[in-house]
Ligand binder design. Sequence first.
Ligand SMILES: Cc1ncc(COP(=O)(O)O)c(C=O)c1O
Length: 288
Amino acid sequence: MTPVVYLNGEFMPLQQAKVSVLDRGFLFGDGVYEVIPVYQGKVFRLKEHVQRLQRSLDATNIRLYKTEQSWGMLFEQVVAHNAPQAKELSIYVQVTRGVAEKRDHICPADIEPTLFVMATPVCISVDLDSVTGIRAITLPDNRWTRCYIKSVCLLPNILLKQQALDQGAEDVLLIRDGYVTEAAASNVFIVKNGLLQTPPKDNLILGGITRDLIVELAVQGDFQCQEKAISEAELAAADEIWVTSSTREIVPVIELNDKPVGDGNIGSMWYTVAKCFQAYKAQLAENR
Ligand SMILES: Cc1ncc(COP(=O)(O)O)c(C=O)c1O
């Protein structure tokens, strides 16, 4: 069955969704986006995703505002159109500054933003024993310094990830001024001597919703997490390294720059936190 998407006030089959070539998202990458998981048909961490989307919109002066409730209703409609095919989905929301009359860096103030929402089936394994670790490399973080904005301008991220793939790795951990920031499309955690650590939220990383949930689970759970700058040397000496995101959840990195991370196996802390994460998801689904 064809996916049904939402574009500027209407639901339609994916193939019918069309945007003008004068859309500033197409011409300039002038837009922001959000990716939101749906587990058991339920939108995950709606408030947090909507708040981050609004922050991205405000930071780029794209004038679109909806309440959390109206975003929630819109997402539920998109899910309802697509859920018969898949219960586990990932919602993609993109807002661009809109379509101006001509291509010009300076944009007229009165244009309407373009709003697009689609849902894609995802398959995330909840069987932790079937998870395999990934290989990663480090590369200099050559992106701009406003990485807290979830901008659709992802060319640096794409090129960095491709460089990792070209070198036989599955992901890239980014280093700026001697410190790890994040991965191409994920946040980074390390474990050293039983202590979980992740870089603090600042302008150099995207404040991940998955990252924040792990920090939150640490406060409630039986593990500790410290938000602190992590040097390249600390990264290299870590017992465990993970990358986290909404579409991949928590992924262990077992090899960094051709060297094993820790003993080269998935670490015990990963199991503890991944179990907590799955329990949290299951509990939310039960409380529907
Ligand atoms: C650059 C970057 N950092 C971190 C993340 C993780 O964010 P979240 O956990 O909200 O998916 C993403 C997700 O797309 C990302 O693109």
